[in-house]
Design a protein around this ligand. Structure first.
Ligand SMILES: C[S@@+](CC[C@H](N)C(=O)[O-])C[C@H]1O[C@@H](n2cnc3c(N)ncnc32)[C@H](O)[C@@H]1O
Length: 310
């Protein structure tokens, strides 16, 4: 499976991602657990190797902790690495091996065949558009999954169809830059639909609250925008939503931007009530920096919302 080649185990990530992991736990503690004593279970979508998930924290604060990921082995490895007690382990269950938004994994082998055969971009775009037409008609039922008090996902919206990007970088020499940009814009449309669908799924499975983190801004060597870092650190420190959102439009990550905008638009559609909920702490926005590796950082835009706000 293409995901298994991309998301591989790296021992260093547990220590490198500590600040990011602690932010996730702290926001969930402050914005959800401290505000509602009825939260008993939590579902964590995109748990992967659990480098951003402090299982000790979650098992101490919830009776049931359900981890979900397309890659079941990664979760097993992640759990094993956190050296938990048998009592903590007894609270964790994993659900893996399926795609959150109902994509068939054949989609990637079919796409790869098109690239290998140097199929004209127009035809590849049609292939993606045909898949996009199906997105909303697929009824996603996660096997053995029940509703949980809290549902969370961090850094997943941008990864939902990462297989396409991986294959494009493998065969990029077959196409001109203009053709690749054309293909990227078609994929952006597809990702927008997936990000919205994933939000539907997260909201549906949450009984009390949803916490969703988006790797919305990328500052990296690859993007040649590392000069922005001091400014970004300042904006994050001041939680300057307006300026961070502007930066997101020019330095944003596909899938993450759309996911973030969609979830907040759903909340804003409630008009005046949004501000009432916000003032009561039923909606919260948090920003922090995720040092992904030595060449790349993301700004996480995180939205917490209690179910009644939707
Ligand atoms: C960026 S990682 C999140 C980090 C992860 N929690 C960790 O600590 O390793 C995104 C995770 O989402 C999973 N994922 C991405 N797209 C998916 C999809 N369409 N369906 C199910 N899982 C998916 C990946 O397998 C990966 O483990």
């Amino acid at each position: 499976m293409i995901y298994n080649d991309y998301f591989t185990y790296d021992k260093k990530l547990w220590s490198n991602w500590k600040v990011h992991r602690d932010f996730i736990s702290k926001v969930i503690l402050d914005k959800i657990i401290c505000k509602n004593s009825d939260v008993k279970s939590i579902a964590i979508f995109g748990a992967g190797f659990c480098n951003d998930i402090d299982l000790n924290f979650f098992t101490n604060n919830f009776d049931i902790v359900t981890l979900l990921d397309i890659n079941k082995e990664s979760m097993e490895k992640g759990i094993q690495m956190q050296d938990l007690s048998s009592e903590e382990l007894s609270k964790i269950n994993t659900i893996g091996g399926f795609d959150f938004v109902g994509q068939s994994q054949d989609i990637y082998s079919d796409f790869e065949k098109l690239l290998i055969n140097k199929t004209p971009i127009k035809k590849i775009k049609k292939f993606i558009r045909d898949k996009a037409r199906l997105v909303n008609s697929i009824d996603v039922k996660i096997p053995e999954m029940e509703n949980h008090s809290v549902v969370i996902s961090v850094g997943v919206h941008s990864q939902l169809s990462i297989g396409f990007n991986l294959l494009i970088s493998k065969y990029m020499n077959y196409y001109t830059r203009k053709e690749l940009l054309d293909l990227e814009s078609e994929l952006r449309y597809y990702n927008t639909l997936l990000a919205k669908k994933f939000n539907d799924i997260l909201i549906d499975y949450a009984d009390i609250a949803l916490f969703s983190g988006y790797d919305a801004i990328e500052i990296s060597k690859e993007r040649n925008n590392q000069f922005l870092l001091p400014r970004v650190i300042d904006l994050v420190k001041n939680a300057d939503v307006r300026k961070l959102s502007e930066l997101m439009l020019s330095n944003g990550v596909t899938g993450a931007i759309q996911g973030f905008c969609d979830i907040n638009q759903r909340l804003l559609d409630k008009g005046k009530v949004y501000h009432e909920y916000y003032n009561k702490g039923k909606i919260a926005l948090n920003f922090w920096i995720w040092t992904f590796n030595e060449n790349k950082v993301y700004v996480i835009f995180a939205t917490t919302a209690f179910k009644e706000c939707f």
